[in-house]
Ligand binder design. Structure first.
Ligand code: NAD
Length: 418
């Protein structure tokens, strides 16, 4: 099954259960727009390289398209379509006035200098032109992109507009630096949301974070922040990995020391606060919490049987295959699904967009308080749907039910023009 087929099956399963109106199922079955651009960018040696970029806009019944931009050599249209549909359901589940989109460039950012990445980003934003805009489609960071990438995109878009409404264009992207219109708390937002959903899960089970153990696959933005926030709550990081290696210490790994180490050495294997272990052993570590925070399709029928944790918090999008979902359910392992668990990123992106519109800068406490309220409400709504439809541990389908119900209300009231 392709990633897009997996994404389709997930929401279609919920659509069948709730008997979603057939005409709405038809509309949701394909993205509204699939944009592909081939654009040139000048390399540092003066040569030009032609790059392939994508933006897929899945659905905008609830508001402007919203979703990240990924820079990775394996970015392709199938992956971007899957990620765009997940964004549409994520925004609906979080009750945001936003639709869903995703984009990316087929490029390895590690192979390019800062100046090359700037020119690639500016040409990509220019090639997308009016396909993005603060009231139409609002990109954000994802794998391989960051706040600096977003500022280059914003600046390019602003300069392509008349001087008279230039500053109204600041909200064309979110996840920007604080100096250029970003929001406090956006850097840690995805992980903060992961922690808030884990708190909702823990509250119902008398689970104490103090002394709890956890494992993180993918010590990047989402993964490293999740590790720091959970350690602040007294939990112990047993193992962490990135694309180059896996490390383990049963006495606990200091996430701040690991981050400092990784800033200089990309491979964690030489980190003195832990031992290096083979990749597949990561999945066999007994712990309370497992956080996949790297890529899609990491937990599959092959390794799901090895997993020995109480809960999996999906910081990454699509980390668990359908076959693995079944194995985990049989083993009684709870899964907080991606569209719920990692919604903190888009929720704080939404806050950034609102702040830009109102020329405001909210305090961090306000951002965190509002994030906690929205993501906890989404968790509660999914739990309620799970009970209404008697879904047991299948929180993934429950989360889709909430999203689809909200979209159905809007479609029924608005109908189709003309
Ligand atoms: P990132 O690029 O900052 O981090 C990804 C990390 O995963 C890197 O450390 C990389 O080395 C590691 N990695 C890659 N392949 C791996 C492998 N096979 N094994 C172990 N580690 C591997 O990206 P990010 O922004 O933290 O995104 C991570 C995931 O979270 C993605 O699925 C993304 O879509 C999702 N997500 C991110 C955000 C956000 O705001 N950044 C929001 C929602 C969801």
């Amino acid at each position: 099954m392709s990633l897009y087929e997996i994404a389709q099956n997930q929401w279609r399963h919920a659509a069948k259960l709730m008997e979603l109106e057939p005409w709405i199922t038809t509309i949701l079955s394909e993205p509204k727009n699939e944009i592909r651009v081939n654009f040139p960018a000048m390399m540092d040696d003066g040569q030009y390289r032609l790059l392939k970029g994508y933006r897929v806009q899945h659905n905008n019944i609830l508001g402007p398209y919203k979703g990240g931009m990924r820079y990775h050599p394996q970015v392709d249209i199938d992956e971007v379509k899957a990620l765009a549909s997940w964004m549409a359901f994520k925004c609906a589940l979080a009750n945001l006035p936003l639709g869903g989109a995703k984009g990316g460039v087929e490029v390895n950012p590690k192979e390019h200098s800062e100046s090359e990445l700037m020119r690639i980003t500016r040409r990509f934003a220019h090639a997308l032109g009016e396909n993005i805009g603060p009231d139409f489609d609002i990109p954000a960071p994802d794998v391989g992109t960051n706040a600096q990438t977003m500022v280059w995109m914003m600046d390019t878009h602003m300069n392509a507009n008349s001087a008279h409404n230039r500053f109204a264009m600041r909200g064309v992207v979110t996840g920007k630096t604080l100096n250029c219109g970003g929001s406090l708390g956006r850097d840690k937002a995805t992980a903060q949301g992961v922690v808030y959903t884990l708190e909702s899960w823990a509250k119902r089970r008398d689970f104490d974070f103090d002394g709890a153990t956890f494992v993180v696959q993918g010590f990047g933005n989402a993964g490293s922040w999740a590790a720091r926030l959970l350690c602040e709550k007294g939990a112990k990081l047993l193992a962490a990995s990135n694309s180059r290696g896996v490390i383990y210490n049963d006495k606990g790994i200091d996430p701040n020391a690991l981050l400092a180490y990784l800033a200089e050495h990309r491979d964690p294997s030489g980190f003195t606060g832990a031992e290096s272990i083979p990749d597949k052993q990561l999945w066999q570590i007994k712990a309370d919490i497992l956080i996949p925070a790297a890529f899609e399709s990491q937990i599959d029928g092959g390794n799901a049987g090895d997993i020995d944790v109480k809960v999996i918090a999906e910081a990454a999008n699509g980390p668990t295959s359908p076959a693995a979902d079944e194995v985990l359910r049989e083993k009684g392992i709870a899964v907080i699904p991606d569209i719920l668990c990692n919604a903190g990123g888009v929720i704080v992106s939404y806050f950034e967009w609102v702040q830009n519109k109102n020329s405001e800068q909210w305090e961090l406490e306000e951002v965190d308080r509002k994030l906690r309220r929205l993501i906890t409400a989404a968790y509660d709504a999914a739990e309620d749907a799970g009970k209404r439809f008697d879904l047991g541990q299948d929180t993934r389908t429950a989360a889709y039910l909430v999203a689809l119900e909200r979209m159905q209300h809007a479609y029924r009231e608005r109908g189709i023009f003309p």
